[in-house]
Design a protein around this ligand. Structure first.
Ligand code: AR6
Length: 169
């Protein structure tokens, strides 16, 4: 079983074998944690994402899928890009949200990563209510059968950290 830890702060400063990015389907960057990862990791990240688009992912990455690429200058071996679903009040997209975590973990496992750090996927621009975004995150990482030893949930605010602490208990 993996250890699940919580930390508060900026995921780009976190040291782990794999850092997960809450990207969009284009893989070509954006705001939020995606923008922060591209800024801190430098231009190699965008170069690698462009290469993925030109080779294996011509139409981009669909929600729930995950792909590994270079971490550039970050203190990590890989950035795993995943695309969360945009929140919908009329359609239950939570299986897709959980897929982001399980498929990232499966990929990290296949790469031989011993540690992975996740932001709160879909918990910003994609509008997911924070309590449920955290609940889906915790359910997915707990249910995953990955052999990655250390999983860190990186909360970007005290509010997210409080919810995570409460739901981890
Ligand atoms: N470290 C950790 N968490 C962060 C950081 C950081 N440096 N910066 C923001 N967060 P969001 P989404 C938190 O919007 O909802 C982008 O433009 C943030 O507070 O980054 O999946 C992409 O290109 C929130 O809790 O991702 C897509 O277009 C969480 O990360 C779209 O946003 C996720 O917020 C994806 O939206």
């Amino acid at each position: 079983m993996s250890d699940i830890d919580l930390t508060v702060g900026d995921i780009t400063a976190f040291r782990a074998d794999a850092i997960v990015n809450a990207a969009n389907s284009s893989l070509l960057g954006g705001g939020g944690v995606d923008g922060a990862i591209h800024r801190a990791g430098g231009p190699a990240i965008l170069r690698d994402c462009r290469l993925l688009r030109e080779t294996s992912l011509p139409s981009g990455l669909e929600p729930g899928a995950a792909v590994a690429a270079t971490a550039g200058d970050l203190a990590a071996r890989w950035v795993i890009h995943t695309v969360g679903p945009v929140y919908s009040s009329s359609e239950d997209r939570s299986p897709t949200l959980r897929d982001c975590y399980t498929r990232s973990l499966r990929l990290a496992n296949a790469l031989g990563a011993g540690s992975i750090a996740f932001p709160l996927i879909s918990g910003g621009a994609y509008g997911w209510p924070l309590d449920d975004a955290v609940a889906q995150q915790i359910r997915a990482v707990k249910e995953s059968d990955s052999a990655v030893e250390s999983i860190t949930l990186v909360a970007f605010s005290d509010a997210i950290a409080d919810i995570t602490r409460r739901l981890l208990r």
